[in-house]
Design a protein around this ligand. Sequence first.
Ligand code: GDP
Length: 190
Amino acid sequence: RPEIAFAGRSNVGKSTLLGTLLGDVQLCRRSKRPGCTTTINFFEPGGPAPSYLVDLPGFGFAERPDDQKENWSRAMFDYLAARDRSVLRHAVLLVDARRGLSANAKDLEALQGFSALKVSHHVVLTKTDLVRPPDLANALWDTFHHLAKFRKRSTCLPIVHLVSAKQGHGIQDLRDYIGSFIAEAADLRR
Ligand code: GDP
């Protein structure tokens, strides 16, 4: 079964987005307490081709002790390194649109990890409903500026989705995009 992995800092809105993509918010644990997602969860989105959406542990939340932060990052990288690329088709890095990509070294580290491990990936800016259009434009500019550093790595796709799980904006585009990786995996298997 092909897998699409979702990574991001704790509180970026990963559980909410996964619940929206899956169409069943009950499937995902959600909590106001940052850092509650400690294990790797696999969710089945349904659809024509079977697949898993993989909820990677949140990383880099400052209130957690350093060693635990380290473990969470390691759990994520262990999964990314171990998974056959015929199974792990793509990874999505979620970044809070209010902060932008450059605000956090951990996000850049995750991008470096995806590139180094040759995992196809792209960036999604979340919670866009909380950002005024001029600030959103700045966040986009900032994101593409940083992605340009990875342009020689073919696994870093120069695509940024803007989503608000709360308002449903950008969800269908993202669902279609993810669906294209799942369909591609199904084609390869034929
Ligand atoms: P996670 O730690 O990354 O899984 O983050 P959660 O999905 O638990 O969300 C963290 C907080 O952000 C919660 O209070 C959510 O209600 C809120 N949130 C998530 N997505 C959105 C969004 O699109 N818009 C707004 N305004 N809030 C959101």
